[in-house]
Ligand binder design. Structure first.
Ligand SMILES: Nc1ncnc2c1ncn2[C@@H]1O[C@H](COP(=O)(O)OP(=O)(O)OP(=O)(O)O)[C@@H](O)[C@H]1O
Length: 228
């Protein structure tokens, strides 16, 4: 589902963020991306959902050659990818239900489908009771659950999560991880960048370590491997 061959990313200011990435991620894998600050993890994730373009090399996601994608085709690829950030990025003036529904409105789903599916995903993240609340009225963990609901509402085959527990306390973080595991169990591939040693060591998934723009380790049922 994701294939990278000889991928380099040099930012316009000359920063070499990635220097020759090769990897394959299959459908339904759960992959942790670990590594020191500035190693290139976020850049790696941004290339997958085409927030950034590679300077060299090939990236294929769900059969699309991401680097060569025409501007007008980008929405088709993004529709199949849910993205979750450390800082939630909800729309503050929309309610919980509206934040989730918005992701379906932009792809012009019928109103009836939107209502039904919004209810479904809010149940899944256990937030049905907060449907009419605004993000500012929610805890951090609840806001992240809304962001997860929004990410999965269009049934993406892939979720990219960039430090999804970075702003959350340990207990809340576990709740988020259980949710991501359940989503993975239902068939969605998950790629998650994290600095959370406890989570990586307990959940035992594939671990890819990036240092200074290259993959230095790729382990099944791996460990975090750094002191924090
Ligand atoms: N938009 C940008 N323009 C120029 N350089 C950038 C840009 N974004 C990132 N970089 C540089 O690219 C390198 C990799 O950054 P990246 O954000 O991918 O690292 P990271 O592993 O995600 O770090 P962290 O764990 O701190 O989030 C760093 O040297 C960073 O300064």
């Amino acid at each position: 589902m994701i294939e990278m061959q000889g991928v380099f990313k040099k930012y316009p200011d000359g920063n070499d963020a990635l220097k020759g990435i090769n990897l394959v991620v299959d459908q339904n894998e759960f992959v942790y991306i670990v590594g020191p600050s500035g190693a290139g993890k976020s850049t790696f994730m941004k290339l997958i959902y085409r927030e950034e373009k590679p300077t060299k090399g090939q990236i294929v996601v769900n059969g699309f050659n991401i680097g060569k994608l025409k501007q007008r085709k980008i929405p088709y690829v993004r529709r199949n990818i849910g993205v979750i950030f450390q800082d939630f990025r909800l729309l503050p003036k929309l309610t919980v239900a509206e934040n989730v529904a918005f992701a379906m409105e932009v792809i012009e789903e019928p109103k009836k489908v939107i209502r039904k599916r919004t209810n479904e995903v809010l149940s899944l993240v256990r937030l049905k009771g907060k449907a009419n609340a605004y993000p500012s009225q929610l805890s951090g963990g609840e806001q992240q659950r809304v962001a997860i609901a929004r990410a999965i509402v269009n049934n993406p085959s892939l979720i990219i999560a960039d430090e999804p527990t970075g702003n959350l306390d340990p207990e809340t973080s576990w709740g988020i991880m259980e949710l991501l595991e359940e989503i993975n169990f239902r068939g969605t591939t998950i790629i998650m960048a994290t600095h959370n040693k406890e989570i990586v060591n307990k959940m035992r998934k594939r671990v890819i370590a990036i240092e200074d723009g290259v993959i230095v380790r790729d382990q099944e049922r791996g460990e975090y491997g750094y002191e924090v």
